[in-house]
Design a protein around this ligand. Structure first.
Ligand code: MN
Length: 423
C-alpha cells in the first residue's frame, strides 16, 4: 500500500487506508506495508489505526536509513519496518550524497537500532539491480550480521528481465544461502509480474506487489496477476483468496481514484467479456475455447457483450441473460440495429441492447425509479448541496445531502433516498 500510494495523484486518508488494510487482510496477504510513519501525521495515524486492528498480516512501515524514521515506526506500534537504503552509486552520489562506507555504517546502525527495539527488519537495498554486485553483497552481509530478518534487493526502476531476475536472485541465494530474500519489482518495461515470478522460481521467499499494479511511474508488480499466474500456470497455491481479488481491486480503485484499464488482466472490466461473434459462438458451447481463466476463480463472471462483432449466438445468449427471449425475426432486427450503431462508432452497452430489444419486441419498458427533480447548489463559498425527488412507482422520496462537489452531493442525496427505501 505504501508504494501503491506513491502513484501520482493518489493520497489516502487514514480511514481509507484502514479499509484497504482490512480488505487486504481478508484477501489473505502475509504482510501489508501500510505507509511511511515519518512522512506525515496522517501516515502515523493510519499505521496506528491499522496496527490496532489486530490483523493476521504483519504490518510494516517504510523507513529511510534515518534514526528518526525508525523512531516513528517504533512509536506507531507497527511490528515491522521496511528499511530502505540506497545501494547503487547513482543513488549514493546524486540522492544520498554519501560514500559507500557511509552506507555500510548506516545499514549496520539502523538495522541494529530497529532490531534493538523489537522490530522485524526487512532491509531494502534501493536500486540494487543497478548497483555494483560486490558492494551489494557487502551491504547485505552488513545488514544480516546486524540482525536483518529478510533482504529485499529492489528493482527500483524495473530494468530486470525474467532471465536477469532469475540469475540475479539465484546468485544472491547462492552467496547467502541462509538469508531469506524478497523481490520488489517495478513495471517500467511491463515485466514486473514476470520478474517477480522468475524471482520466486530462483528461490525468493516473498514478493512485493500492489493491487491493480499501482505505484509510481508505470507502477509495481500487480498482486492479482502474480497469484492467478502462480495458481493456474504453475499450480502453486498461495494464501491469497483468489475469489476476493475483484472486490479488492474495485475497492482500491475507488478509494485511490485510479480506474483500472479495461483490458487489464484479471481485474479489468473486459478481462472476461466476449464480443466477437466467432468467439462467443465457441464460448457458449465450450468456455475453455477462449477462456484460459475460469472467471469464477478470480471472483468474476463471464459476460457476452453486444456490439457489431457479436454474432447471433452471442447476442441471443446476452439477451437470455437479461431474461429476454426474441424469436428469429426479432433477433435479426436486433442484430441489424446493433450493427448499425456499432458502425456509427457507438459503443453498444447492455443497457442499449436491452432498450433495442424492448423497442423491437414491443416489451413494456422497465423503469423502477424515476428522477423527477434534481437541484444542485454549488460555488466557491458554499458547501455543495443537492436535493432530489424520486418516484418509485408512485411512492415519492425526497432527500437532500451535501458532498465534496455537486456530483458527489447529488449521488449522496440519491443514495440516501434509496437507502431509506431499503429499510
Ligand atoms: Mn518501489
Amino acid at each position: 500500500m505504501r508504494d501503491g500510494e506513491q502513484t501520482p495523484g493518489v493520497s489516502l486518508t487514514p480511514e481509507k487506508k484502514l479499509r484497504i488494510s482490512r480488505q487486504l487482510d481478508k484477501l489473505g496477504v502475509d504482510a501489508i506495508e501500510a505507509g511511511f510513519t515519518a512522512a506525515s501525521e496522517g501516515e502515523m495515524e493510519a499505521i496506528k489505526l491499522i496496527t490496532k486492528e489486530g490483523l493476521r498480516a504483519e504490518v510494516f512501515s517504510f523507513a529511510r536509513g534515518v534514526k528518526s524514521d525508525i523512531d516513528a515506526v517504533i512509536d506507531s506500534g507497527a511490528n515491522a519496518v521496511f528499511l530502505v537504503i540506497p545501494a547503487s552509486d547513482l543513488h549514493l552520489q546524486h540522492k544520498l550524497k554519501k560514500t559507500r562506507e557511509d552506507v555500510l555504517s548506516l545499514t549496520e546502525d539502523c538495522t541494529r537500532y530497529a532490531k534493538d527495539h523489537g522490530l522485524i527488519v526487512e532491509l531494502g537495498a534501493e536500486d540494487a539491480t543497478r548497483s555494483d554486485p560486490a558492494f551489494l553483497r557487502k551491504m547485505i552481509g552488513t545488514g544480516v550480521s546486524a540482525g536483518a530478518d529478510i533482504v529485499s534487493p529492489c528493482d527500483t526502476v524495473g530494468i530486470l528481465t525474467p532471465e536477469k531476475a532469475y540469475a540475479f536472485f539465484s546468485d544472491l541465494i547462492k552467496d547467502f544461502p541462509e538469508v531469506p530474500f524478497s523481490a520488489h519489482c517495478h513495471d517500467d518495461f511491463g515485466m514486473a509480474v514476470a520478474n517477480s515470478v522468475a524471482a520466486l522460481k530462483a528461490g525468493v521467499k516473498e514478493v512485493h506487489a500492489t493491487m491493480n499494479g499501482l505505484g509510481e511511474r508505470a507502477g509495481n508488480a500487480a498482486l492479482e496477476e502474480i497469484v492467478v499466474a502462480l495458481k493456474l500456470l504453475y499450480n502453486i497455491e498461495t494464501s491469497v483468496k483468489l475469489d476476493l481479488l475483484y472486490d479488492t481491486s474495485m475497492l482500491v480503485s475507488r478509494l485511490a481514484g485510479i480506474p483500472v484499464q479495461p483490458n487489464k488482466a484479471i481485474t479489468g472490466e473486459n478481462a472476461f467479456v466476449h464480443e466477437s461473434g466467432i468467439h462467443t459462438h465457441a464460448i457458449v458451447s465450450e468456455p475453455l475455447t477462449y477462456e484460459p481463466i475460469p472467471p469464477e476463480v478470480a471472483g468474476r463472471t463471464r459476460r457476452l457483450a453486444a456490439g457489431k462483432h457479436a454474432g447471433s449466438r452471442g447476442l441471443r445468449a446476452a439477451l437470455n441473460e437479461m431474461g429476454i427471449n426474441p424469436n428469429e425475426e426479432q433477433l435479426k432486427q436486433i442484430i441489424s440495429r446493433v450493427k448499425t450503431l456499432g458502425d456509427k462508432g457507438k459503443r453498444v452497452t447492455d443497457a442499449d441492447l436491452q432498450a433495442i430489444a424492448e423497442t423491437i419486441m414491443g416489451l413494456p419498458k422497465l423503469r423502477s425509479i424515476n428522477l423527477e427533480e434534481l437541484t444542485v447548489v454549488t460555488g466557491d463559498r458554499v458547501t455543495p448541496t443537492a436535493s432530489v425527488r424520486l418516484n418509485l412507482s408512485g411512492k415519492i422520496l425526497i432527500e437532500a445531502a451535501t458532498g465534496i462537489g455537486p456530483v458527489d452531493a447529488a449521488m449522496n442525496a440519491i443514495r440516501k433516498a434509496v437507502q431509506r427505501l431499503s429499510r
